[in-house]
Design a protein around this ligand. Structure first.
Ligand code: AHR
Length: 502
């Protein structure tokens, strides 16, 4: 029998768990907004037209912050199209997703939805087709308390109080040639710096995110970050990172090790940012906003591009397997492990479009497999992230070389005394015995809840007809004896075990 072990100690802390790690993303794309969060004719719709079944699932998912309104969409978006009487709003072409945007949902509606969902909004400004003035205008509309033209316009549109958005993304993926208004690092860095300075002169306390690379496989990766940060370092707080994973040619072994790539991505961006900081003789440390991440069957999407101009077409509505859910759980382990640098992250996206929540127009909303590790990690990761150094058997992967079978992280909430362990077993066919020494915590910890996500069919998924095909169940043999936690981890599984005292 294979086995893996590690030692937990309350003194070995990484950083506090940042609630913003459990962010999501709502883009005006496909059916994320229309027939996703908003469908006035749906039986569960509230007075604002929001689907209450989706609102309930969003709350259950434990989402803390939502990035809005894009994505590639934002790089051609005019925010003022989405305010005022709905009947007067223009229908526009969305070049990013080759669809029609009706603008039925705009800032004021989305902020109402966010309040109902209990989430913070991370707002992305358009630095693709627009610039400093438009960024200042939307900031004024959102945040200026009163007396100015745009504050009064917001008040006339029903929002007396300012929305108080603190986190703004300065554009989206402007390193990508597919992006409307794509720029060189120098062009973007100058624009982001000027925009950041202007926005900050109105509100010094803003948290601003400069665009990093749209993926670590971009030819300009790291060089883009270095040049952008040399221009923006003093003006921003975050550099963004985006990463999507999928099995390539059916290679599940490499796919299950996707978190190895995410780890490498984070450490590379942090090293690049630190090297710019050193060059600029700055004491400031930039944080990373991993504001797009997920499993995305991107190769399949690239083969099927939209040709007609339609409203809310079905775009990238990936159905997720239990294996995808294990990878998502592992990516969350990676994000938590880097909590000293990654203090915000957004799973892309929330509903229908590569999402944990799926809906049918006029029909049900259900939890995809990837919903479960996200919801459980968001609920159980509390307090401080603990450093974990597992001893684990390894396996060979085509993409990442030799990697450990076990990946793990843990959190400790000093207030409640709770310790939670999050682990994955990446073995395709064999179980792994987990042994965790808890000696540093003294006696008295016991298992109070445990969850494993696994299935004999690695391709099992949840559908509208069978929405509970894959759900988490209790972890096998999870128990603490003599200060040692043991559990049996099935092949291709994600597990969370909560320990409490008394
Ligand atoms: O999330 C889907 C798309 O992926 C986003 O619009 C874009 O930013 C990224 O390339």
């Amino acid at each position: 029998m294979l086995s893996a072990s590690f030692t937990l100690d309350p003194a070995f802390t990484v950083a506090p768990v940042s609630r913003r790690t459990f962010g999501s993303f709502v883009e005006h794309m496909g059916r994320c907004v229309y027939t996703g969060i908003y469908e006035p004719s749906h039986p569960t719709a509230d007075a604002d037209g929001f689907r209450q079944d989706v609102l309930a699932l969003t709350r259950e998912l434990g989402v803390s912050v939502v990035r809005y309104p894009g994505g590639n969409f934002v790089s051609g978006y005019r925010w003022e199209d989405g305010i005022g009487p709905v009947a007067d709003r223009p229908v526009r072409r969305d070049l990013a997703w080759h669809s029609l945007e009706t603008n039925e949902i705009g800032i004021d509606e989305f902020m109402r939805w966010a309040r109902k969902a209990g989430v913070e909004v991370m707002y992305a400004v358009n630095l693709g087709t627009r610039g400093v003035q438009e960024a200042l205008d939307v900031q004024e509309y959102l945040n200026q308390p009163d007396r100015t033209h745009l504050a009064r316009l917001r008040q006339a549109n029903g929002a007396t109080e300012p929305y108080g958005i603190t986190m703004f993304c300065l554009g989206n993926e402007l390193d990508g040639p597919w992006q409307t208004g794509h720029k060189t690092a120098h062009e973007y860095g100058r624009l982001a710096m000027e925009t950041a300075r202007a926005m900050r002169s109105a509100e010094p306390g803003l948290e601003l995110v400069a665009c990093g690379s749209s993926s670590s496989s971009m030819p300009t990766f790291a060089a883009w970050e270095a040049e952008v940060l040399e221009l923006t370092y003093d003006a921003v707080d975050y550099i963004s990172a985006h990463a999507y994973y999928e099995p390539v040619n059916g290679d599940l072994g490499s796919f299950l090790a996707s978190a190895v790539d995410m780890d490498h991505f984070v450490t590379s961006v942090a090293a690049t940012a630190d090297s710019v900081g050193a060059k600029l003789k700055s004491a400031k440390k930039l944080k990373i906003s991993f504001d797009e991440w997920n499993v995305w069957y991107q190769s399949a999407f690239q083969a099927t591009q939209e040709t007609e101009w339609r409203v809310a077409p079905r775009v990238i509505e990936d159905s997720y397997t239990v294996t995808d859910a294990v990878v998502v759980g592992n990516l969350l382990i990676s994000l938590l492990r880097h909590s000293d640098r990654v203090t915000a992250a957004c799973q892309a996206q929330l509903v229908n479009v590569i999402a944990p929540i799926r809906t049918e127009a006029g029909g049900p909303a259900w939890r995809q497999t990837i919903f479960h590790p996200f919801a459980l990690t968001s609920r159980l990761a509390r307090g401080e992230v603990l450093r974990v150094e597992p001893r684990s058997p390894r396996y060979d992967t085509a993409r990442f070389g030799s990697v450990p079978l076990l990946d793990a992280v843990a959190t400790h909430d000093a207030g409640s005394g709770d310790v939670t362990v999050f682990v994955v077993n990446r073995h395709l066919t064999e179980s792994l015995d987990l042994v965790v020494s808890l000696a540093g915590f003294g006696a008295g910890l016991r298992v109070t809840e445990s969850w494993t996500l696994a299935d004999e069919d690695l391709h099992a998924m949840n559908t509208a007809d069978d929405p509970e095909r894959v759900v988490p169940g209790p972890a096998k043999d999870a128990d603490v004896t003599d200060g040692v936690l043991r559990a049996s981890l099935p092949p291709v599984s994600w597990t969370a075990i909560r320990l409490t005292t008394g």
